[in-house]
Design a protein around this ligand. Structure first.
Ligand SMILES: [Zn+2]
Length: 445
């Protein structure tokens, strides 16, 4: 289920993007240092942006582009592998057999649903494991983005599967309960249940799920904590603590997040960020995260994804009806109330999510852009912001074409973000930081 949320785009759009993407990669930035750009007034935004982009050595840029563009294809392979496995479950009646086994074990229907779900999730995880291990382990190592050896990585996978089994059961049991009680209107209430489930997961995730993968502790260093809490007070955020987590366990990626909502909402930053970033860079990052909070992005996101889900469930209702009318007997499925229908539901809903990827990406990307604006206005560190944007470019292509960014990016690209930072700086020349401008973000190779 969780994998399904990652799928992107139909093949047709795909080809269009690869083509448009090439315009993005081929425009090599002029060679000049960011410092040169600022001596001549009026401030030249484009020159400053290009000078920042040029901080990343060409070999590293090529590697990051290859990594990210390869990810577009992986979205397609993930999608197709899901469809294939689901089809196998239907075609060879594995799904019907899993249901029969569940019925032999117990007569209690909710428990039958749970037993079916466990078999379903394990079969799916095992059959897609070759792709998972390539994508999540070997490929990440190839690009130098993973710090884990196989043992700890596998441990994280198994914990993820266990979490998926529990959360999936929490969703599937009431969902099939609803379908059995409501008949043909099931999809309306099913969508409502799905939205409630998403809210529930984001409520419990920071407290009960994230600590299964990383250690969280309160940030103690007052040289960093005090300025962050000062910013929080200035922005009306009732935070008394900032959390630090050991992301270096998995990778060198810098990141921070605001997770949860209501009373589990917390601001966390990872140890890579603390280790690699200057105070202005940390401040601008935290300003961004505070933006998510102040702008109520958790709630707005839930509403916008809610619309996507309601439409998706209408499509699901139609798609299941269409397929069952033709192949119900062949697959030995007893209608929409039968839990054995799940692989079919996954085919229909994954296809929908895959097609909707540009929409869901745009929902998150727009909120990220808003948070960027908030971060610039609250931290007032445009040069620090540009340096952080470059670090994110280690795993996200810095300079895509506009269509490519629209289709594939769930965050703004490095160029978009640095352009926003330099635009802000042009109006606030006093904010310039000579140290940030001169700082080499990457080791030259
Ligand atoms: Zn963000």
């Amino acid at each position: 289920m969780l994998r399904a949320a990652r799928y992107v785009l139909p093949i047709v759009l795909f080809v269009a993007v690869i083509v448009s993407g090439q315009t993005g990669t081929s425009s090599a930035p002029p060679v000049s240092s960011p410092g040169n750009a600022q001596q001549a007034r009026p401030f030249d935004i484009d020159a400053a942006v290009n000078a920042y982009l040029a901080k990343m050595p060409p070999a590293q840029r090529a590697r990051s582009d290859a990594y990210f563009e390869g990810g577009y294809w992986l979205m397609l392979w993930d999608f197709l592998s899901t469809i294939l496995v689901m089809w196998l479950m239907l075609h060879f009646r594995w799904s019907a057999r899993m249901r029969n086994l569940a019925e032999r074990i117990t007569r209690f229907r909710p428990l039958q649903t749970v037993i079916y779900w466990i078999q379903f999730a394990i079969v799916f995880s095992v059959l897609t494991f070759p792709l998972t291990v390539y994508e999540g382990y070997f490929r990440e190592h190839k690009y130098g983005l993973l710090n884990q050896t196989f043992g700890p990585w596998m441990r994280d996978q198994l914990v993820g599967l266990a979490v998926g089994l529990v959360l999936g059961a929490i969703l599937v049991v009431p969902l099939f309960g609803l379908v059995r009680r409501l008949g043909s209107n099931w999809w309306v209430w099913g969508a409502a249940l799905m939205i409630l489930f998403l809210a529930f997961v984001s409520l419990i995730a920071p407290v009960y799920i994230a600590p299964l993968f990383n250690q969280y502790k309160k940030l103690e260093d007052s040289k960093i904590k005090d300025p962050i809490l000062s910013m929080a007070r200035a922005n009306g955020i009732p935070a008394t603590d900032v959390y630090e987590f050991d992301a270096s366990r998995q990778s060198n990626r810098v990141s921070a997040n605001v997770s949860g909502f209501a009373n589990t909402l917390r601001i966390s930053l990872n140890d890579n960020l603390l280790q690699r970033c200057t105070l202005p860079e940390i401040e601008t990052t935290m300003g961004h995260e505070m933006g998510h909070y102040v702008l109520n992005h958790s709630y707005k996101g839930l509403v916008m994804f809610g619309v996507v889900i309601v439409i998706g469930f209408a499509f699901l209702n139609w798609g299941i009806g269409f397929a069952l009318a033709r192949w119900e007997e062949k697959w030995e499925i007893r209608g929409v109330t039968d839990v054995a229908v799940l692989p079919l539901a996954m085919i229909v809903f994954s296809t929908y999510l895959f097609l909707m990827t540009p929409v869901t990406n745009t929902i998150t990307r727009d909120m990220e852009y808003e948070a960027d604006m908030y971060g610039l206005n609250s931290a007032r560190q445009p040069d620090g912001e540009a340096n952080v944007d470059l670090m994110l470019g280690e795993y996200r292509k810095l300079d895509p074409g506009p269509l490519e960014e629209f289709l594939f990016y769930d965050h703004p690209s490095g160029r978009t973000r640095i352009t926003a930072a330099m635009r802000w700086k042009a109006e606030h020349p006093e904010s310039e930081s000579a140290e940030e401008v001169a700082k080499p973000v990457f080791k030259t190779e």
